[in-house]
Design a protein around this ligand. Structure first.
Ligand SMILES: Nc1ncnc2c1ncn2[C@@H]1O[C@H](COP(=O)(O)OP(=O)(O)O)[C@@H](O)[C@H]1O
Ligand SMILES: [Mg+2]
Length: 305
């Protein structure tokens, strides 16, 4: 059974914006799923709907089998949310902030657990400081600590690394990795596609309130990823020689290279034949380079269409 199950979810705002348009999505227990998509695609709206923070027009969301509207208290308790915006009480201490949050979910104080969370986020030394004394990065760490204070089964991270320093990003991904190993389900949105590429098991692409696709990361990259072989010559080529006309080749801007695109999963890439045909011309090879398209290239291509 999926831990989150969304069916036919739609939401438009009073100004007519169609923020979610018949969204269907299932999230499996223990996976990391990345919601990707351009600004305004509906990622935050979708997360807000699952977390029960937004009234939607139609459809249904279940978390661990419970309805997020009629059984809100049960579903909310299972969820930790790190929202896009930092919202904290400036005159509270770090420790009290996370203790209160835990209390709001109906759990008694658990010093060992809370200190453990603070330690993992390098906040332990700051636990007695007031929020207003913290830097922006530290506040973001507190937001994560708050989301973890009631040991949620599902953690939502909405653009967690937008504008944060390298150190915090690394700490954050360490925390995410250790939560995953404990079986926590993680739903994240990010603008940094290479992060999704590194962390996620599955990728869902949103555009204009619709899910374009949901796919296992590896199979997506294998299916969509193209490989390119760049063949560099010693002198410029004015036009592609007749002997090579049967290949799909592109001439580089500086005219020193030919670029050959191929499917790296195919049984025959055509490279051997191409190299033999190049040898039959008077072109003199300088260098060879292969490159694989990243997830980013893939998405830019898809969203343009
Ligand atoms: N409270 C709101 N009122 C009106 N429009 C909204 C509101 N919240 C979001 N939107 C619109 O809904 C769309 C989706 O927004 P959002 O979910 O924040 O996108 P994302 O998180 O993918 O950038 C956007 O067009 C946005 O302007
Ligand atoms: Mg957003």
């Amino acid at each position: 059974m999926p831990i989150i199950s969304i069916s036919n979810l739609s939401k438009s705002f009073s100004d007519g914006t169609n923020a979610l348009d018949d969204v269907n999505l299932e999230v499996n227990e223990g996976e990391i799923i990345a919601l990707l998509g351009p600004n305004g695609a509906g990622k935050t709206t979708l997360i807000s709907a699952i977390c029960g923070l937004l009234k939607y027009d139609s459809g249904r969301i279940k978390v661990n089998g419970y309805d997020t509207v009629t059984e809100y208290r049960r579903t909310r308790k299972l969820i930790g949310l790190v929202p896009q915006e930092i919202m904290l009480e400036p005159f509270e201490t770090v420790y009290d902030t996370i203790r209160f949050t835990r209390g709001m979910f109906g759990y008694p104080e658990n010093k060992e657990l809370l200190n453990n969370i603070l330690q993992k986020l390098s906040l332990f030394d700051k636990r007695k400081q007031m929020i207003k004394e913290l830097s922006g990065g530290m506040k973001r760490r507190v937001m994560i600590a708050k989301a973890l204070s009631h040991s949620p089964k599902i953690l939502f991270l909405d653009e967690p690394t937008a504008g944060v320093d390298v150190e915090l990003r690394r700490d954050m991904w360490n925390v995410v990795g250790s939560l995953k190993s404990k079986g926590v389900t993680i739903v994240l949105t990010t603008h940094y596609i290479e992060e999704a590429e590194m962390m996620a098991d599955r990728i869902a692409l949103l555009n204009k309130g619709q899910i374009i696709f949901v796919e296992n990361k590896e199979s997506l990259m294998a299916r969509m990823g193209k490989k390119e072989l760049t063949i560099n010559f010693q002198s410029p080529i004015s036009s592609i020689p007749e002997a090579l006309s049967k290949y799909k080749l592109a001439l580089s801007q500086d005219q020193f290279s030919l670029i050959y695109s191929y499917d790296n999963k195919a049984s025959r890439t055509g490279i051997t034949r191409l190299m033999r045909d190049i040898a039959s011309t008077n072109l003199i090879l300088q260098d060879l380079k292969t490159s694989q398209s990243s997830l980013e290239d893939i998405f830019v291509r898809m969203i343009r269409n």
